[in-house]
Write a protein that binds this ligand. Structure first.
Ligand code: SF4
Ligand code: SF4
Length: 371
């Protein structure tokens, strides 16, 4: 396993982190349950493979993920394990509530101090409304020796994330980033240059990039799986400290750990080849649709950009299963059919498209391919 310093003042952490949010449930149980013995075995397996960084949230698995960490770490005598957890500042609760949640997290994990406490899903608005409360919480917690550092996770725009970085108040951040969604690339480098630890969520696009199709494997010659392509891309991005993976079985752990053990996941030459090939595929996909959304709304409720996005994923990246499952979700949407099948060919969208896509005709192709 390779290790990297988590920001200017942080510890050395494994380049693969365990995102503790997809633990095995109990038999017949759902999201709000955790099979603790199985979870402990997987977490221990990851620790044995060199992982020393666990990422959680007070609310993952309805509060049980922190308990799962505690059970897995009980009696652990190996290397020091670093814990990052998040507090749900989006809840309209007073300071006392968040203090209590943190005290519960300390008790559940059996770890004190918790290394990182994050403002979960920070946005410009929530920063303005709840930032001071979070700083009060973290100051109180640091004074009591409950936490060491503070940070944020965010899905906000790159500009707003840079503004959070520029406050100088945070030690680390967690952003969503992968080769299909590289918009945070410069922001990651920006944060790292300013001493922030950077962890990445969704390195495998929620599993959608872990497919071994020829167009995906061609992005990184020599890679054997789509998961390898995706993880090496993230770990090879300048500024990324740790990629979080929602590991839920021993095989996942082994595969991901092997990739995170590469000293140089992406050479400069491989990076250039990757970008070049990706851009060339993207150009072809953009000729179909750039997903700008100018054609919306459709009077029949068709989600035009999303239909074309799925079509492009299938056509240009071979992500057929991902695309078909996405298409099914559009068809069965709770607000009515949003798939290409709902198009009545009224033509209202056509003149709005800067790409001059013949939308109704193209939607027929989408339906043929993905139905
Ligand atoms: S042509 Fe089809 S997709 Fe376009 S606005 Fe009409 S119903 Fe919607
Ligand atoms: S306006 Fe054209 S390019 Fe933009 S989302 Fe609609 S179909 Fe795609």
């Amino acid at each position: 396993m390779e290790y990297s310093q988590y920001g200017k003042v942080g510890p050395m952490v494994s380049r693969l982190g365990f995102g503790v949010m997809r633990l095995p449930p109990t038999k017949g149980g759902g999201w709000g349950t955790v099979h603790f013995p199985k979870s402990s075995r997987i977490i221990r397996h990851a620790l044995d493979a060199g992982v020393n960084f666990l990422d959680s949230h007070h609310d993952y698995h309805e509060g049980l993920s922190e308990e799962a960490i505690g059970k897995a770490l009980k009696g652990w005598k190996g290397r020091r394990v670093y814990i990052q957890t998040k507090t749900p500042m989006y809840r309209p609760e007073p300071l006392s509530y968040f203090k209590k949640r943190l005290e519960e997290a300390l008790e559940k994990t059996g770890v004190c101090p918790i290394d990182y406490l994050f403002f979960h899903s920070l946005r410009k608005k929530s920063f303005e409304e709840r930032g001071d409360l979070f700083f009060k919480l973290t100051d109180w917690a640091a004074n009591r020796g409950y936490i060491r550092f503070r940070g944020f996770s965010s899905h906000d725009s790159p500009e707003n994330v840079r503004a959070f970085i520029d406050t100088g108040e945070f030690d680390a951040m967690l952003l969503s980033y992968n080769w299909q969604k590289p918009t945070m690339q410069e922001t990651i480098a920006y944060g790292a240059d300013r001493g922030m630890g950077v962890s990445v969520m969704n390195p495998l696009g929620g599993g959608s990039l872990a497919v071994d199709t020829p167009p995906i494997l061609r992005l990184l010659p020599g890679a054997e799986t789509g998961a390898e392509v995706a993880l090496r891309y993230v770990l090879g991005t300048p500024g990324v400290t740790v990629a979080l993976s929602g590991l839920n079985n021993h095989q996942h752990v082994d595969e991901n750990a092997a990739i995170a053990s590469m000293r140089n996941p992406m050479t400069a030459r491989q990076w250039r080849t990757f970008q070049h090939r990706l851009e060339s595929i993207q150009q072809k996909a953009d000729a179909v649709c750039t997903h700008c959304g100018y054609c919306m709304p459709c009077p029949e409720g068709v989600d035009i950009p999303q239909n074309f996005l799925l079509f492009n994923r299938a056509t240009f990246f071979g992500m057929n299963e991902f695309a078909r499952s996405g298409f099914r979700k559009l068809r069965e949407h709770k607000d009515g059919d949003k798939s290409a099948f709902a198009c009545e060919k009224c033509g209202a969208c056509v003149s709005k498209c800067p790409n001059e896509v013949d939308i109704p005709e193209q939607l027929e192709e989408v339906a043929d391919l993905l139905a």
